[in-house]
Design a protein around this ligand. Sequence first.
Ligand SMILES: *[C@@H]1O[C@H](CO)[C@@H](O)[C@H](O)[C@H]1NC(C)=O
Ligand SMILES: *[C@@H]1O[C@H](CO)[C@@H](O)[C@H](O)[C@H]1NC(C)=O
Ligand SMILES: *[C@@H]1O[C@H](CO)[C@@H](O)[C@H](O)[C@H]1NC(C)=O
Length: 484
Amino acid sequence: MHFRVLLHLAVTLLARPAVADETTTINASSNFGTWDGWGTSLAWWAKAFGTQTALADIFFTRNTISFNGKSLPGLGLNIVRYNLGASSTNKDPDGDTMVVSPDITPSRQMDAYWLDWTSTDPTSASWSWTVDANQRNMMTLAIARGANLVELFSNSPVWWQLYNLNPSGSTTGSTDNLESWNYDQHAIYLATVAAYAKAHWNVTFTSVEAFNEPSATYWVGPSGTQEGCHFDVSTMSTVIGFLRSELNSRGLTSTIVSASDEETYDLATSTLGGLGSTALSQIGRVNVHGYQYGGGRRDILYSDVSAAGKKLWNSEYGEGDATGAQLVSNLMLDFVWLHPTAWVYWQVLDVAGWGLITADNNAKTISAPSQKYFVLGQFTRHIRPGMRILDGGSSYTVSAYDTTAKKLVIVAVNTGAAQIINFDLSKFGTPGVNGALVQRWATQIGTSGMQYTAFNDTFISGTKFSSNFGQNVIMTFEVQNVVI
Ligand SMILES: *[C@@H]1O[C@H](CO)[C@@H](O)[C@H](O)[C@H]1NC(C)=O
Ligand SMILES: *[C@@H]1O[C@H](CO)[C@@H](O)[C@H](O)[C@H]1NC(C)=O
Ligand SMILES: *[C@@H]1O[C@H](CO)[C@@H](O)[C@H](O)[C@H]1NC(C)=O
């Protein structure tokens, strides 16, 4: 045991109440980039519930929303990912129809705009622009409420571009399903929809992503439960090149290509290393999913992406823990090791545990938000786009700074026994005003308890402030008049 800790124990045993305490020092000179924001993928939940404006208010504003008899703090998400569909019921010119996995529910079949290969002209009968109205509606509602970063992504190329005509994956899952003569056609589909969205929906996609967990071998058509498609890394590089040119030829030169939305940090690192210099120069951002949870080398991915001069987003995260404990643990690991500049939850409405609000896309029923909803709000409502991400000084603290407002945001979690945590601001030029109020909000990680409860009981003392954390409590603090 460290001497400082021993000494500390002796002191705290004398002074009642006896609590161990911790100090974390916010590093005012650190800078892990400018925060782009928080988001959700649309896809299934928006297909089911995309007409409900109350849901748009809940997820895309920071207003207080009355919902099912409860008052909810809006999450203020500003990123949406629109899932370009791969499914349709028409016959192709050969007379074939889509092969449907027996286990996919209709709620997970996303409608395709491009119906057959006869014409690439979006005004021709090969295209239907009326499908997928609900998902499109939720995208529009989100943008109207302030969502400013919109990504178009594909889980699988449209079915008629695939060897087995099944958008749930190839027959084994470990081989490419996109026909080799359709590499450019997949890019044309994405770019045409992006151009059409700009011209007709007033939606300018920030980025377009052609793949979803492409190195995985679990996109097996016959047993699939969603749209999915394996791509070898060399195929990814080819498609990226086509996508860049198809966007450019439609005037979308400032729409970036993102890649490759791999499932894990480690796969993202190996795919990035295998794309080759040409494809690498054609992508504007690396997207990675957070499904490696507590495992994997986030630090290596961060250093490789930084060396390549690209942005890095955690573009998809989800798990079935309704308490919020896993979410906090993995998000803290992301802030400390991965340093993404955006973080996107998969499905904000989903089955119990996975959804921030529990919902059934098939029965079209919505029930209550979980504690996880409020846990995420502790971050999303305060760490806002444009803020500079700082090193919070410990594995349990994240911090962000708003230069214009001179506001410092700190989010910290205590998973052990109740204790006081001291936040040392001595590294700042001006660490706030002595005696000034530090507003705080608290949520109990678990199955009940505080849900984003606000308190005005914390004050700066010299160059620090302190707060008494119960076990498994996450808190957010806002310190005013801080100058770096
Ligand atoms: C604070 O951040 C700066 C800039 O990244 C770094 O050089 C310094 O080592 C950090 N200080 C501590 C105590 O980690
Ligand atoms: C188009 O979108 C922009 C930005 O989202 C918005 O400011 C503008 O009002 C929209 N225009 C129309 C005609 O809806
Ligand atoms: C705390 O103080 C701020 C600023 O005076 C005020 O806007 C807010 O409503 C107060 N919150 C609580 C919980 O009293």
